[in-house]
Design a protein around this ligand. Structure first.
Ligand code: UDP
Ligand code: MG
Length: 139
């Protein structure tokens, strides 16, 4: 069983889309192992996205990710990392196919409704960023 970190981003929570996104996750057979809502501080958002710190969009991304609450989840399934990224669709929501979460609920390349880890190593870092071992022993 593989685990991945999923975030529902502030654009989606502001539009009350987190229930619809959670339903898609569960319908796809991804098990929600842990779930919490929180609002990131700028320093926390910079830490989470540290791999992008040299990119021109970095500070805009930090502003976006701190503008409102997010939902953080750990999803578990065989192939959870790839399955969650398939369900999300490509980064640029303006180009993402209909039927994907980003295609249906996102706006553009920044405001794209959700996040998913891209590899086992990043999933391990990202799950640990949001959740303690104790929080992962529940559902
Ligand atoms: N992003 C952005 N401009 C870009 C590329 C990415 O604002 O040109 C934002 C977008 O919110 C994206 C996040 O930065 O989800 C992380 O980028 P990454 O390339 O890792 O895309 P993802 O893995 O989220 O599809
Ligand atoms: Mg990424």
């Amino acid at each position: 069983m593989e685990r991945t970190l999923a975030l529902i981003k502030p654009d989606a929570t502001a539009r009350n889309l987190h229930g619809a996104i959670l339903a898609r996750i569960q319908e796809a057979g991804l098990r929600v192992v842990a779930l919490k809502t929180l609002r990131l501080s700028p320093e926390q958002a910079r830490g989470f996205y540290h791999v992008h710190r040299e990119r021109p969009f970095f500070e805009d991304l930090v502003r976006f990710m701190t503008e409102g609450p997010i939902v953080a989840m750990v999803l578990e399934a065989d192939g959870a990392i790839a399955r969650w990224r398939d369900l999300m669709g490509p980064t640029d929501a303006a180009k993402a196919p209909k039927g994907t979460i980003r295609g249906d609920f996102g706006t553009d390349i920044e405001r794209n409704a959700c996040h998913g880890s891209d590899a086992p190593e990043t999933a391990a870092f990202e799950v640990g960023f949001f959740f303690s071992g104790l929080e992962l022993s529940g559902l």
